[in-house]
Ligand binder design. Sequence first.
Ligand code: ADP
Length: 558
Amino acid sequence: EGGGINARPLTLPPNTTLAKFGEYIARVADIVGQENVTVISSDAELQHDDYLDPSKAHDMFHITPKEYFVSSAVVAPRNVPDVQGIIRLCNEFEIPIWPFSIGRNVGYGGSAPRVPGSIGLDMGRNMGKVLEVNTEGAFAVVEPGVTFMDLHNYLVERNLRDQLWIDTPDLGGGSIIGNTIERGVGYTPYGDHWMMHCGMEVVLPDGTLWRSGMGGLPNPKANPKDPPHEQPWNETFGLFNYGFGPYNDGIFTQASLGIVVKMGLWLMVNPGGYQSYMITFSKDKDLHQILEIIRPLRVSMVLQNVPTLRHILLDAAVMGNKKDYSSSDKPLTDEELDAIAAKLNIGRWNFYGAVYGPKPVRDVLLSVIKQSFLQVPGSKYYEPNDMPDNLVLQVRDGTLQGIPTTTELNWVSWLPNGAHLFFSPISKVSGDDGVAQYELSRKRCEEAGLDFIGTFVVGMREMHHIVCIVFNRKDPESRRKAHWVITTLIADAAERGWGEYRTHLAVMDQIANTYSFNDNAQMRLNEKIKNALDPKGIISPGKNGVWPKQYNAEDYKV
Ligand code: ADP
């Protein structure tokens, strides 16, 4: 499947003739072997649109025409020297490359490159080993292809889960490295993945292999004659992030400055007890009061994990699609939402949390949590045993203890040919801010004829407000509306001082431009670093709005 190395690509890299492309492909096949090179040459290769069998060459949930965000070829290195060879070749040919680990990245562009015709670098296909699980230090070191499910299964199969838990996002099929460097989140106390990473090994744009933090200190047991990537890392690599001198790990997140080939992450020690719960709130307007209750509990860590406050339709969409609830093709009204809440025996808002630790610890925390939330008139407290048929509660029970799943994907099928886009602004944990963001985003969704589906994900001091814009990807009108909703919301949000934490390829430039304090000081620094480290502009041009000097962003407007 896929075009052989002599096939003609659907889209060539920028400034590259077919002959030069052919020469590049022949050379890259010499490095990684022909079996690891696929030229994207026909529409058949753009048909993968299933989470379980994701495309490695285009955005499955495209809002632009499907042919736009597409790679010219996908190349899968087998090891670190292959990555170094590929990057040197890209410098020689001045052909851009777009690294991804698994390429699911749903709602944000999947495996697709920002610049059409870039070479997709499939880091996960051949480099998927769990390199170390250190039970004493409670950390792991993984390669790009290791998914949350893989690491979880690894612990289960070796009877290590009694000791160590992972943290997983809603969907467990993505890569640990991709999610962490995109600064994704999960729902245990270790939910901030980037905060919990420790140590990186990166191939820089000139091919140099670099280790961060304590990894800069050679391991005395290493043989200096071995190639650097084969030398064991320093024993404190996975224990202390900062090392000595400037701390650079952050410049490799949501960035285009290197290719991550190994990463350490902290694992949570099994807390010795666990209880998940759901609290339902019957009225839409309870939102303000709920958020005011959450803030003091979360900053003081009575709420130990990353809890979520989900809108009724997110839960309803996991348990069915729109047709199951209504024959309406308009946004559902408050009366219709109340009817769904009654039918499913859930609230208009539903809070999912958990307590961790031995029973006395859990009991004391739960008593404070119940006292606080159950002040809201009409609220109810449930544990998974109380509601064996509530699919969402059953799934969250796993997710909040780091057990990966793909069930939450159901909500994408709210509409036929369902696809989605995330609008993800950061919010204060406050009634005023949360309600204002909710009202604004619901209004814009409804103006476009779409239902509001969303959740507040409560971090250490803020909330990631995740709005799931569900559209029909086979309907150009529906795609156009989704695109309109997100661009409009980004502008609305910026006016009120709200910015997004992550985004889809199609609106990276727009969001980057909203972070404009002091004549775009952030972007000017990002560009300086980009041009210094990657003078030929070959790694992920345009990623998160950072364009190398060779490119004119206007040429890539969507
Ligand atoms: P997922 O893990 O959800 O399948 P991806 O593998 O697509 O997601 O990764 C998400 C994004 O993270 C990519 O688009 C890319 O920008 C970045 N990324 C992923 N893996 C790497 C890597 N090994 N090196 C550099 N950047 C990466």
